[in-house]
Design a protein around this ligand. Structure first.
Ligand code: GUN
Length: 286
């Protein structure tokens, strides 16, 4: 049976690093994360509550701006402008997806790059690609922190990423590449997906397809990271058929309790990093 990579344990370790920095600067004021939620998408609302709760638990101010589904793009951009200009706000996150009448690109590009805790602004995407320090998107950054926590070496390994979204797949491939993995990126047009996944030492699945990866698709002894989260017949499952995969892999993340907690923890890390940097308070989290 594979080792279970426990996202909650890694998140706890990240939380402790965040708290240490917050204790260090406690006399100077509180850092603040502003989360913008548009509409009532139940999963988004639940993610946003989790982000706010974690922020408050660690000693950050976490505020949520909940706008109605009917909000216009200029109104949303107006809120972002106010948050950009507010010296008390260290990090801004606009929960995606947005309703179809709002252009996500326009919104992401409106966020001040120095407050972009998601690392989605093209300036930060470009900085990361060029290897210039910026914050990385939370999910792939959390996965890298988990590999590090469990002592899983990346250099020289063949990493296969299934999925090429801007939020997970693309930055994941870049982070693995910068950690000296040999990286293959697969996606919905990939022919013979199994031929690639079966050659992965590290397999990261962010395809958004429940149970896409079966036991037979995995190289014996591989490390499997499942980014998917779905509700199927009332149970929460990922993109990987867990029981089959766990019989083949060396280590695997569960769903839930794997990647999810890491994403939220890394959001806190990014908020504190950006806050310390913007306020000139020195120090860093990682
Ligand atoms: N929706 C799903 N994942 C994310 C994320 O990492 N950031 C934002 N802003 N929205 C998301």
């Amino acid at each position: 049976m594979a080792e279970i990579l426990d996202g909650k344990r890694v998140a706890q370790a990240l939380h402790e690093r965040v708290e240490a920095q917050l204790r260090r600067v406690a006399g100077r004021g509180r850092l603040k994360l502003s989360v913008v939620l548009v509409g009532d998408h139940p999963a988004s609302a639940s993610y946003v509550r989790g982000k706010q709760r974690t922020a408050e638990k660690l000693g950050l101010d976490g505020e949520v701006h909940h706008l109605p589904e009917s909000v216009t793009e200029p109104e949303l951009l107006g809120l972002i402008d106010r948050l950009n200009a507010d010296p008390q706000v260290d990090g801004i996150l606009v929960q995606l997806p947005l309703p179809p009448h709002i252009d996500e690109r326009t919104v992401i590009e409106r966020i001040a790059p120095e407050k972009d805790v998601d690392g989605f602004h093209p300036l930060n995407v470009g900085r990361n690609l060029a290897g210039v320090p910026a914050v990385w998107p939370c999910t792939p950054a959390g996965i890298m922190a988990m590999l590090d926590f469990y002592g899983i070496s990346v250099a020289g390994q063949h990493a296969v990423v299934v999925g090429r979204s801007n939020i997970v797949g693309k930055p994941m491939a870049q982070m693995l590449l910068q950690a000296d993995a040999t990286v293959t990126v697969c996606h919905r047009k990939t022919q013979s997906l199994t031929e690639y996944t079966r050659r992965a030492d590290i397999l990261v699945v962010a395809a958004g397809v429940p149970g896409l990866i079966r036991g037979d698709d995995i190289k014996p002894g591989a490390v499997v990271v499942d980014v998917g989260i779905h509700r199927v017949n009332g149970t929460i499952t990922g993109d990987v058929a867990f029981d089959e995969a766990a019989r083949v892999a060396r280590a695997i993340t569960p769903v839930p309790g794997g990647v999810g907690p890491l994403t939220v923890a890394m959001l806190m890390v990014n908020t504190v990093r950006l806050g310390l940097r913007r306020r000139g308070w020195g120090g860093d989290v990682l």
